[in-house]
Design a protein around this ligand. Structure first.
Ligand code: ADP
Ligand code: ZN
Length: 526
């Protein structure tokens, strides 16, 4: 590459300037690069977009030999190699997308020592043939990207990653760097154990995105709520995430009908239409992209002003990654989510009905619970989010809904007892709709046919309206005081912890149900 002389060793900064054309390092990049270039091992935790790639690409150019980069995502591998070639760096990849001929060519280039970086899919790397090939040349370093894939606790477990221990067993003198954007404490521990990185230096960048304002609202009329939210972002670019393809299309069509410049994006669309929509989102101002999570990977648009979630993401990692697409330019941006009990029921059902083993289901259920805890929290959301990633921020952030407009808590002990008794007395077989009808003393045909109008709990909850009861039940599910069935009927059951509350042995605080004050002043349903 231009500006790099063979005889004089270049500095990391020179390579950054001359090869990549950037004036300065970001965050801890320089420290990481120098550590690795000097032969040390490293574990790097840095949020998406933080600049992880340069952390191994520059040492690869500073050291003799070829760097082997392990990456699980074929598309990202291709993008990276393409980008490196444009910077004039000799790079290639080996994965299942290559035919036998192309693969041989890459192997020959490697064997001739022409490559500075070789990206390899993990299952390919672990083959004896590939390990032999690697053993035949000087290797400058191993970079293990998306290192959380090693962890069963992680959201993206890849069994092949576990066998990467073979790298430091067979090549003990080659420095290794493991990188990830998502690692809670247990995942981190597993990475260190599984990849033999106990001695490695750790570089942990803050995951905080201070310019993003977090807001979570209780689902009431989701479309109306979304429309109101978008009113505050007129003419700005943003993403609206929905869980299903169908909902993406319906929501996009509805928004378009409401005069919003909305486009749809999901993996089930025909490729040309999808690409066209993506291009418009990238090039034009003020497009609202309604999408499944298929949209966003590798999308580098700095001025996305908001990300809205119409459905719950699957985990905190997912939430962080999706909301993280807002405000890359550092200017104020907003992450908004509407969610209700039905979302919880749907996701819990997905997990219960999935093909995964029991262990895996427990992990996914725990991840959902962490997310629910975040959604229901009455304290600073940023603190909660960062705590999940192992950070302990000092003080509340002042830039989330709970900081800006602190929710009122109320001693809901008696209300909770009523709700739980109602679940118990009706046989733990009904959903929120029926439970609410019984509590509010609405003797509809169903209640009468079941004899529920003769129960002691019939009509003991007229002090709350249906919407408020819905909020109470949702909070009880999120707090683990009620559980939903696995079949997806939305029926609620008591849990081990609900007994205590039922007996009145503990005080339960809930977030004030919405519209309590309004309801009183409106004076409806006496
Ligand atoms: P990550 O892998 O952490 O998500 P990337 O390595 O893809 O992040 O980097 C994100 C973007 O930031 C890329 O477009 C990259 O070129 C750019 N970038 C990284 N480091 C620097 C830097 N020091 N100066 C300017 N741009 C940088
Ligand atoms: Zn806050």
């Amino acid at each position: 590459p231009k500006g790099l002389s063979v005889s004089m060793p270049a500095s990391a900064l020179q390579v950054l300037n001359t090869v990549f054309g950037y004036p300065a390092f970001r965050g801890e990049q320089q420290a990481i690069i120098e550590h690795l270039a000097g032969g040390g091992d490293a574990l790097v935790l840095m949020p998406t977009g933080g600049g992880k790639s340069l952390c191994y690409q520059i040492p690869a150019l500073l050291r003799a030999g070829t760097a082997i980069v392990v990456s699980p995502l074929i598309a990202l591998m291709q993008d990276q190699v393409e980008a490196l070639r444009q910077f004039g760096v000799e790079a290639a990849y080996l994965n299942s997308s290559l035919d036998a001929q192309a693969q041989r060519e890459v192997e020959q280039r490697f064997a001739r020592g022409e490559l500075k970086l070789l990206y390899v899919a993990p299952e390919r790397l672990l083959s004896e043939r590939c390990l032999d090939l690697i053993g035949s040349r000087t290797i400058s370093l191993f970079a293990i990207d998306e290192a959380h894939c090693v962890s069963q606790w992680g959201h993206d477990f890849r069994p092949e990653y576990r066998q990467l221990t073979v790298l430091h067993e067979r090549f003990p003198d080659v420095p290794r760097i493991a990188l990830t954007a998502t690692a809670d404490a247990p995942t981190r521990t597993e990475i260190v154990e599984r990849l033999g990185l106990a001695e490695a230096s750790r570089f942990v960048a803050s995951f905080d995105r201070p310019n993003i304002r977090y807001r979570v609202v209780e689902k009431d009329n989701a479309r109306r709520q979304l429309k109101d939210f978008l009113e505050g972002h007129r003419g700005e670019s943003g993403i609206v995430y929905c869980l299903s393809r169908r909902k993406v299309e319906e929501t996009a069509a509805w928004l378009a009908g409401e005069g919003v410049r909305a486009l749809a994006y999901h993996a089930g669309m025909e490729a040309a239409g999808r690409a066209a929509n993506q291009q418009r989102f990238l090039r034009e101002d003020g497009i609202v992209m309604v999408a499944t999570i298929a949209f966003g990977m590798g999308i580098d648009k700095p001025d996305v002003r908001f990300v809205a979630h119409m459905d719950l993401p699957k985990s905190m990692e997912g939430y962080y990654q999706e909301t993280g697409r807002a405000g890359r330019d550092g200017l104020p941006a907003e992450a908004w989510m509407t969610y209700g009990l039905a979302d919880v029921v749907t996701l819990a059902q997905f997990i219960a009905q999935s093909e995964s083993g029991e262990e895996r289901k427990r992990v996914e259920r725990a991840k959902l619970d962490a997310l629910l805890g975040f959604a229901e929290t009455t304290t600073c959301r940023r603190q909660r989010l960062l705590a999940y990633f192992g950070e302990t921020p000092q003080g509340a952030c002042g830039n989330c809904d709970n900081c800006l407009d602190p929710p009122q808590n109320w001693d809901a002990t008696v209300t909770v007892q009523k709700a739980l008794s109602c679940v118990y007395r009706t046989g733990q077989r009904y959903g929120v709709g029926h439970l609410t009808a019984v509590l509010r003393g609405e003797a509809d045909e169903r209640a009468q046919a079941l004899g529920h109008d003769r129960l002691s709990v019939f009509g003991i909850g007229t002090d709350l309206d249906a919407r408020q009861w819905r909020s109470v039940f949702r909070q009880l599910v999120a707090a683990g005081l009620l559980s939903t069935d696995e079949e997806g009927y939305g029926t609620l059951r008591l849990t081990a912890t609900s007994r205590e509350a039922l007996r009145g042995e503990c005080t339960v605080w809930l977030r004030r149900p919405p519209g309590r004050a309004e309801r009183r002043s409106a004076g409806r349903d006496g």
